[in-house]
Design a protein around this ligand. Structure first.
Ligand SMILES: Cc1cc2nc3c(=O)[nH]c(=O)nc-3n(C[C@H](O)[C@H](O)[C@H](O)COP(=O)(O)OP(=O)(O)OC[C@H]3O[C@@H](n4cnc5c(N)ncnc54)[C@H](O)[C@@H]3O)c2cc1C
Length: 471
């Protein structure tokens, strides 16, 4: 290792989103000389665009509501969902440290009120903590904390290459063709959704929704971290892991919640999920259908009575999103031919190409369930179970096409050290956040894991990178 102080910096952090800012703050607090390079002209990345929901167990908000929860319970829940696809040491660390990371954000000014705590799929105790001011507030508070430390923050600085010594140790970063030397690098460049070539390589499942696919995250997130790490010998893993949300493709605004009051059928005219389920569960179920395509079916009563989901009202009031599932939008899309109208179910099947008998049987069974107030097939809640019987009838195609979070990425160990395929750590190289992909396994485990992982492991990466720089 080079003599301390000979390099430009001790630690260089690449990327100024949630993970990168958390890492830079912790490395600076450990007394290291730190630079943070950000490709864009502002800090925040996808973190600033996010809902900011933070998944954690054993938190202050949970205690306030008298909810008994623990890191162990969170760990077992995720293991139950994702089994062998989980990298257990990292998951264990995430479960153990997420509540502390959230408390740290609170100390920086982010509020996570108990009133905004939820369990979006109702399967576990409430662990999804939504902050006041969403992800933007998290980014602002981190930015402020960063500005209070002696960290060199350089915007419009896209890291091009990580420089290694002959012995394979990190020795710097190339930016604009110029080397900047350091003793450790933290890669926190986010996911790869902004780069079609990486999407093609890492998310083959995104081919099925075809031209409908669009990336909702930060446009500068182009998989740079994966490329930079791979060039240093890191393993890239997690093909086909990532969240593609269902959409009727009416507009390019992130709309997480679909029409829980309607019926959804696949190309065989069959139901395959509870329509009032968690958005990621519906998206994953849709991915598994023929051609990853489905139709939302509803009748005139639903057409006229559709209201935005209560959970989107706040975002709507803030003008943050455009909603699809409301009468005004239906009229617009009907005129464009994006919504199919038919006088009978038979005609609806003809126009959509859905098998007539199967569709009629599915609707009859669904209507029986609605009248009985009980969905024995998928357990949809009675409040959203309405019969489809007033003509005209409508169908809208949906596909899993909004690329929100990418789940594949750079292999790391539980200390955020970047590793080769043989598990060998690359000396001085660390990575955290979406650039390492999903540490919780194949299936998205609920709202808030990505932010929890970025902040929790961003902190770990900053501390670990500082530690290898010596005194
Ligand atoms: C609309 C939306 C809503 C979401 N809501 C939630 C939610 O509620 N809860 C949740 O858990 N997750 C959510 N997510 C996912 C979550 O926001 C991200 O996974 C997480 O914020 C990623 O943090 P990060 O620090 O790894 O990356 P980012 O915050 O994206 O930061 C990466 C930064 O690296 C920069 N960069 C890229 N390449 C380079 C380079 N070569 N050199 C220097 N800088 C570079 C980028 O410009 C960017 O600023 C949401 C995502 C989106 C898009």
């Amino acid at each position: 290792m080079a003599e301390a102080g000979a390099e430009d910096f001790d630690v260089i952090v690449l990327g100024g989103g949630g993970a990168g800012m958390s890492a830079a703050i912790h490395a600076a607090d450990a007394g290291k000389r730190v630079a943070l390079l950000e490709a864009g002209d502002r800090l925040g990345g996808s973190t600033a665009l996010a809902g900011g929901v933070f998944y954690a167990a054993g938190t202050r908000a949970q205690r306030e509501l008298g909810i008994k929860d623990s890191a162990d319970a969170m760990y077992l829940d995720i293991l139950g969902l994702n089994g062998d696809t989980v990298f257990k040491p990292a998951l264990r660390r995430l479960c153990d440290e997420a509540a502390g990371a959230m408390e740290w954000l609170t100390s920086l000014g982010v509020e996570f009120p108990a009133t905004r705590l939820s369990s979006p799929n109702g399967r576990s105790v409430p662990r999804s903590h939504e902050p006041v001011g969403f992800g933007m507030r998290i980014a602002e508070c981190l930015d402020t904390a960063l500005s209070q430390r002696p960290v060199d923050v350089v915007r419009r600085a896209r890291a091009e290459k990580i420089l290694l010594s002959e012995t394979g140790n990190v020795r710097g970063v190339l930016v604009d063709g110029e080397p900047i030397t350091c003793r450790a690098v933290v890669i926190a460049t986010g996911g790869f959704g902004g780069d079609p070539a990486w999407v093609e390589r890492m998310l083959p499942k995104a081919r099925r929704p075809g031209s409908w696919v669009w990336h909702v995250g930060n446009k500068d997130n182009r998989g740079d971290g994966l490329r930079l790490a791979e060039e240093c010998g890191a393993q890239i893993q997690g093909v086909d892991s990532g969240l593609l949300l269902a959409t009727p493709n009416f507009h390019h605004d992130l709309e997480v919640l679909g029409p829980d009051w309607a019926l959804v059928v696949n190309l065989n005219g069959e139901r395959f999920t509870r329509e009032d389920g968690a958005y990621w569960e519906i998206a994953e179920a849709l991915e598994a259908q023929l051609d990853s395509r489905a139709f939302v079916i509803f009748d005139r009563t639903m057409f006229e009575g559709a209201k935005p989901h209560p959970r989107v009202l706040e975002a709507l009031a803030a003008g943050v999103i455009t909603v699809s599932w409301v009468p005004r939008m239906f009229e617009e899309q009907l005129a464009k031919g994006r919504i199919i109208e038919a006088a009978s179910i038979e005609e609806l099947s003809r126009v959509t190409g859905l098998p007539a008998k199967s569709l009629a049987d599915t609707i009859a069974r669904y209507n029986d369930a609605a009248h009985a107030g009980q969905d024995r097939q998928f357990g949809k809640g009675a409040a959203s179970l309405k019969p489809i019987e007033t003509p005209p009838f409508y169908a809208v195609e949906v596909r899993p096409a909004i690329l929100t979070v990418t789940g594949g990425g750079v292999r790391v160990d539980a200390a955020t050290r970047v590793c080769s395929a043989s598990g060998q750590a690359i000396p001085g190289l660390f990575a955290a956040g979406e650039t390492v992909g999903s540490l919780y396994g194949r299936h998205y485990a609920g709202t808030g894991y990505a932010i929890a992982s970025s902040i929790t492991f961003g902190r770990v990466a900053g501390q670990e990178a500082a530690a290898v720089c010596g005194r």
